[in-house]
Ligand binder design. Structure first.
Ligand code: NJP
Length: 231
């Protein structure tokens, strides 16, 4: 494939696995995260383009898309994967932490989609893949902020699917359960996690699957869990 893809949150965890898989399949991948060093190290492997940027910043979001188009001359895929979370009883959350979670997970998805949709509509094709969470569809204690943000991100993508489908543009949403990453300051790679968590590459394979659907098919939703997870 000679496709060009933007992947947000590409420097670690799920986004890194998606970037490596798409690059291995021949796509040109624009890797986005805030930390430049990790992106450059990844980009040395993928021969793509590294753009250090904050998805929650409107100017950054517009810059990512403009830079992609000027560098590669085309854009086919946006993977909205960047996300953050922290977990606490509602009364212990401060408003700044609430805002941080919503800024990255919801506003970041909004801003990147807003920047690519006019381009996708004009070319009559394009595919937006959102990495949300199984907690976009269930609730749990300590998850008020994160869960609400993931419900919101899911609703955003599902509304957008209806807006862009008549223009030949696809939106697919992926709902992973537990994944062994750096999420919420965790450290991946423990022996235990091999049994209890998905690997980032498992989620990357789900992204590959939705992207490979024939032109007349859109995979709206895809949920995956480790076999051990009750949910
Ligand atoms: O997390 P992690 P995951 N602008 O922490 C980047 C969802 N999910 O791979 O900016 C741009 O290893 C950050 O880089 P940096 C989850 O909600 C996860 O697990 O330099 N980039 C890094 O590359 C999220 O939507 C689990 O700090 C920003 C990456 O994002 C997605 O999966 C379960 C950014 C985060 O890597 C990927 O998370 C589930 C910003 N403002 C859903 N802020 C799970 N792990 O169990 C952060 O259901 N990044």
């Amino acid at each position: 494939t000679d496709k060009v893809a933007i992947v947000t949150g590409a420097s670690r965890g799920i986004g890194r696995a998606i970037t490596l898989l798409l690059a291995m399949q021949g796509a040109k991948v624009v890797a986005v995260a805030r930390t430049a060093e990790e992106l450059e190290e990844l980009n040395a492997k993928t021969q793509g383009l590294a753009i250090p940027a904050d998805v929650a910043d409107e100017d950054d979001a517009a810059h990512i898309v403009a830079e992609t188009l000027s560098h590669f001359g085309r854009l086919d895929i946006l993977v909205c994967n960047a996300g953050v979370g922290s977990f606490n009883l509602l009364e212990h959350f401060d408003a700044a932490e609430w805002d941080r979670i919503f800024d990255v997970n919801v506003k970041g998805t909004f801003l990147l989609c807003k920047a690519v949709v006019p381009h996708f509509k004009a070319q009559g094709s394009g595919h937006i893949v959102g990495i949300t969470s199984d907690v976009s569809k269930r609730t749990f204690e300590h998850g008020t902020a994160y869960g609400a943000s993931k419900f919101a991100q899911d609703a955003l993508l599902s509304s957008l699917r209806k807006e862009v489908r008549p223009h030949g543009v696809k939106v697919s949403t992926i709902y992973p359960g537990l994944v062994d990453t750096y999420f919420n300051d965790s450290r991946p790679g423990s022996l235990d996690a091999e049994k209890t968590h998905l690997k980032p590459s498992d989620v990357a394979q789900a992204v590959r699957y939705v992207l490979e659907a024939p032109a007349h098919v859109v995979v709206d939703e895809l949920m995956l869990h480790p076999m051990t997870q009750e949910w």
